[in-house]
Design a protein around this ligand. Structure first.
Ligand code: HEC
Length: 117
């Protein structure tokens, strides 16, 4: 069942680029349904969307971070300091190869999503 969980996650992540899923396709609908399920469980309305500040760095975050998942991951995280955001983003992406982009994103995240406590 662990294996099954992982497969579900992989499928949800694979379906994430919504724009690429043909709206009329039955298969697309099924994939979309699977990916949306998790967010329905957490709360139906995309209230998180309002919690993503559209300030400096937002456009970059949107481009780089929605390649694999929606931005609600960021809203729902407990927040991090700049060094911790940097480590985390580097683990998850290949942005260490583009330091200017990495710093723009880390600046945005640390400013808007500092540690909760
Ligand atoms: C190469 C794919 C990929 C990219 C690009 C990516 N992520 Fe992720 N991220 C993942 C995966 C896989 C997970 C774990 C599964 C999930 O939650 O969808 C994840 C989870 C997260 C989480 C939740 C972590 C937790 O433990 O709650 C946050 C926050 C996050 N990503 C932020 C970002 C930010 C910020 C960016 C842009 C700099 C980004 N991600 C770009 C793949 C990626």
């Amino acid at each position: 069942m662990r294996k099954h969980d992982r497969q579900m996650t992989a499928r949800a992540v694979a379906a994430a680029p919504w724009a690429n899923v043909p709206r009329t396709s039955v298969l697309g609908g099924a994939l979309l349904g699977g990916a949306v399920l998790g967010s329905i469980v957490l709360g139906a309305a995309p209230a998180w969307a309002a919690k993503i500040p559209r300030d400096a760095g937002y456009a970059r975050v949107k481009i780089e971070c929605t390649r694999c998942h929606r931005l609600d991951n960021i809203v729902q995280s407990e927040g991090f300091t700049a060094p911790d955001w940097r480590d985390f983003v580097v683990e998850m992406t290949d942005l260490e190869r583009r330091p200017a982009v990495l710093e723009e994103i880390v600046g945005y995240l640390a400013r808007n999503f500092p540690p909760d406590d």
